[in-house]
Write a protein that binds this ligand. Structure first.
Ligand code: NAD
Ligand code: MG
Length: 385
């Protein structure tokens, strides 16, 4: 049997490196054809020397010469920029594009990959937040598979196996609640980025870790779920579950609920996206009931964590609103990580941006890209004021 060729976009990140762990665990089944990164040239070189891909792409070009020099003895093309990303997803050897880029920078490569009839293993939730309707239309049009990597969406996807003709009544997307669960607005005024970066259950990239602390990650996931599973907004509910063992639940029309469970480890959803519909035996950690004698569930506090409410509002408004929400969020998270604004100010700035941006009811891809660009400028101006 031939190996499944994979392009890993964002190979040097938290998801990307764990995806390479999965490739390493199944050398007879998967082959890394393409590896890409933003700026971590050192790790990209290391990965390329080990996996010998057909090509690597460096989005930040400052270290292009270093990468070329390091890889000159092997048959690996070295490309750069967004053009490089869009080129490599087209390679014939690539069967599935695992998009683990952070932020809306993942949108264009996803679109190109779908147009080239590649299956998509999607970690880059921002792709669906920005342009969910357009993306899912393209998925239909080109007949490709959209395989979720996000743990909650993988859980829902797994619960739906064998249920193609059974309509969903509701889904429950679980949320850990992050490091500030239970805190009230007054207690969040002074929280530091070091505190926000300490996630109780998951080790992830900086942006998604801040999103988890502010509940924006759950807001983005509600939007992602709506488009992935073709649901109405009222069918998507969030339930806080601090242990992160139940990764999400589906409730069917007869009231029966299915949940997918396991220890919090992204390697499982990554592996499932690559092996679907099969399940491959692995040696990842197993769940032990005695380690978790109690599992808790509680309502999310949307008054304190306003980002979740802002995300529901943006989704209800439709058009380019979720694109604005996402771009504004990327800018405020960056500003928070650079100590330019406080934790609670993030929601204020996002809301102010949403109120300022022009509404486009039926955006094209160019409208989304332009909305993303203009939003970033407006959010940056609001932060400066
Ligand atoms: P990360 O910051 O650890 O890695 C991001 C990767 O993208 C790196 O390889 C980086 O070099 C690359 N990159 C950054 N900016 C880029 C740009 N402008 N253009 C091209 N490449 C760029 O992030 P992560 O935690 O691995 O998350 C990646 C995506 O997966 C995000 O969308 C995140 O929401 C999603 N996700 C992550 C986890 C997790 O456990 N880390 C879980 C679920 C979903
Ligand atoms: Mg998730």
């Amino acid at each position: 049997m031939s190996k499944k060729g994979i392009a890993i976009l964002g190979a040097t990140g938290s998801i990307g490196t764990q995806a390479l762990d999965v490739v390493r665990a199944f050398p007879n089944d998967f082959e890394a054809i393409v590896l890409t990164c933003g700026s971590n040239a050192e790790l990209l070189i290391k990965q390329a020397l080990e996996f010998k891909p057909k090509a690597v792409v460096l989005t930040d070009t400052t270290q292009l010469a270093t990468v070329k020099e390091a890889l000159k003895r092997q048959d690996t093309a070295v490309l750069c920029g967004e053009e490089g990303l869009v080129e490599v997803v087209q390679y014939e050897e690539v069967k599935v594009v695992l998009n683990a880029i952070v932020g809306s920078a993942g949108l264009k490569p996803t679109v190109k990959a779908i147009e080239c009839r590649k299956d998509i293993a999607l970690a880059n939730k921002e792709t669906l937040v920005v342009a969910g309707e357009l993306i899912m239309d393209l998925v239909q049009q080109y007949g490709v598979s959209m395989l979720p990597v996000d743990s909650e969406h993988s859980a829902i996807f797994q619960c739906l196996v064998g249920e193609a003709h059974n309509p969903i009544e509701k889904i429950y997307v679980t949320a850990s609640g992050g490091p500030f669960r239970g805190k009230k607005t007054g207690e969040l005024l002074q929280v530091t980025k070091a505190e926000a970066l300490k996630h109780p259950n998951w080790a992830m990239g900086a942006k998604i870790t801040i999103d988890s602390a502010s509940l924006m990650n759950k807001g983005l996931e509600v939007i992602e779920a709506k488009w992935l599973f073709n649901l109405s907004i009222d069918q998507v509910d969030v339930i806080v579950h601090p242990q992160s063992i139940v990764h999400s639940l589906v409730q069917f029309k007869d009231g029966s609920m299915k949940a997918q469970m396991g220890v919090p480890d992204m390697k499982l959803p990554i592996q499932y996206a690559l092996t679907y519909p099969a399940r491959f035996e692995n040696s990842f950690e197993r769940f032990n009931f005695m380690d978790y004698p109690t599992l808790n569930f509680e309502k999310p506090d949307m008054d304190t964590f306003r980002n979740l409410a802002l995300a529901y509002d943006a989704l209800r408004a439709g058009g380019n609103k979720c694109c604005v929400l996402n771009a504004a969020n990327e800018v405020v998270v960056d500003a928070f990580l650079k100590d330019k604004i406080g934790f609670l100010q993030m929601s204020d700035v996002i809301e102010a941006t949403l109120n300022k941006m022009e509404f486009i009811a039926h955006p094209t891809l160019d409208d989304y890209l332009e909305t993303d660009r203009v939003t970033r400028l407006i959010t940056s101006e609001i932060i400066k004021d």
